[in-house]
Design a protein around this ligand. Structure first.
Ligand SMILES: NC(=O)c1ccc[n+]([C@@H]2O[C@H](COP(=O)([O-])OP(=O)(O)OC[C@H]3O[C@@H](n4cnc5c(N)ncnc54)[C@H](OP(=O)(O)O)[C@@H]3O)[C@@H](O)[C@H]2O)c1
Length: 334
């Protein structure tokens, strides 16, 4: 009887133990399933990331404050860019080459061009003939909306016209049909080593909010109209908050408007107090607001003058006086 009892007890123990073993086994296989699921999911995520934009991570990653010693800013792409340069809108042919050459001789290392300025060849010629190491010069060019539907070929065209090995930065000139696809083509050119940094031009808060979730590489820079009569004081802090550098076009108001702006009483008064020109005061005001300047000029004296921005500083009160000149007055239609 006792033997029988022991046998039943032993059987019960075995059943109990095997039940426990199954439980452990089922737990571990559940772990394996979830691991496999995670692996499949992450594999899909990687695949998707390669195939289609996932909105990227547009959180701020670095400090984009200007270094007034080196006269540069560190872009979110990891490249350093000068904070003052020359713009080449409306400069073509020999005038463009001579202006860019004068700028390079004056120590300017940032040049802004565009497909639409019809001068990429002239800019490239000045860069190649300068004798300055390529790495020390930063060239920005832009794709125009009529190129967005064949962006890959348009990038090749810019590389050929500039003929300077690579493009430091390429911008989309304006929002337009196919801009996301064009930007993705620029992202591919970054991966291929043809372009180093990307950016946008004429993108404001709403446009950025809509655009950014559709792309992977956060733009390093946004180039918009900014001068004392059109200050974008609501847009600049928003762009900065994304870790994106702001660059101003028409810093002196643009051709046809410069005389009035440079003759402004407040600006002239501040200029006289510092022994500087009105142009230098406006450019310095931009820099102190964290806005990169690219004044356009074909006059070597003006080009030189526009580089002498680092031997004086505007006081807080002077900055506020210029801030108060804002009229929300655009000098172009876009
Ligand atoms: N992304 C866009 O949509 C867009 C649009 C417009 C412009 N941009 C870019 O922004 C750059 C700047 O704009 P911008 O060149 O049209 O206009 P700007 O820089 O505001 O003004 C250029 C005018 O200012 C004069 N100037 C330059 N320096 C001067 C100085 N120190 N004293 C007196 N006058 C001076 C120039 O004449 P002199 O030749 O006689 O010096 C020229 O007439 C363009 O060249 C282009 O690269 C971009």
């Amino acid at each position: 009887m006792k033997q029988m009892y022991n046998l039943i007890l032993a059987c019960l123990l075995v059943v109990l133990l095997s039940a426990c073993g199954k439980q452990v086994g089922s737990d571990s296989s559940a772990d394996k399933v979830s691991e496999q699921y995670e692996q499949t999911e992450s594999a899909e995520t990687t695949e998707q990331a390669e195939q289609e934009p996932q909105g990227g991570d547009h959180t701020v990653t670095g400090d984009i404050s200007f270094n007034f010693e080196t006269k540069t800013v560190l872009l979110n792409s990891g490249y350093e860019m000068p904070i003052h340069g020359i713009g080449t809108y409306s400069l073509t042919g020999d005038t463009c080459t001579a202006s860019v050459t004068a700028a390079l001789n004056s120590g300017v290392r940032l040049i802004d061009t565009a497909y639409m300025y019809h001068n990429e060849e002239s800019v490239g010629e000045a860069v190649r003939n300068s004798g300055i190491p390529r790495e020390e010069i930063f060239v920005i060019t832009k794709l125009y909306p009529n190129q967005f539907d064949h962006a890959e070929a348009a990038i090749e065209e810019a590389l050929t016209k500039l003929d300077i090995e690579y493009i430091d930065m390429m911008l989309l000139h304006h929002p337009g049909t196919g801009d996301v696809e064009a930007y993705l083509a620029m992202e591919k050119a970054v991966a291929d080593g043809k372009i180093r940094s990307l950016g946008l031009s004429n993108w404001y808060v709403e446009e950025l909010e809509e655009f950014l979730p559709q792309i992977n590489i956060t733009p390093a820079l946004v180039q918009n109209e900014i001068h004392p009569y059109y200050q974008e004081n609501d847009v600049i802090p928003y762009i900065h908050s994304l870790g994106i550098v702001v660059q101003g076009w028409y810093p002196l108001g643009g051709r046809g408007y410069t005389a009035e702006l440079l003759g402004n009483e407040v600006i002239s008064e501040i200029a006289a107090a510092h022994g500087k020109s009105s142009a230098q005061v406006i450019l310095r005001w931009n820099l102190q607001k964290g806005v990169v300047v690219i004044p356009g000029s074909s006059n070597p004296d003006h080009i030189q003058e526009n580089t002498e921005l680092f031997d004086f500083e505007l006081t807080e009160e002077e900055m506020e006086r210029i801030d108060a000149l804002d009229r929300g007055e655009k000098h172009d239609w876009y």
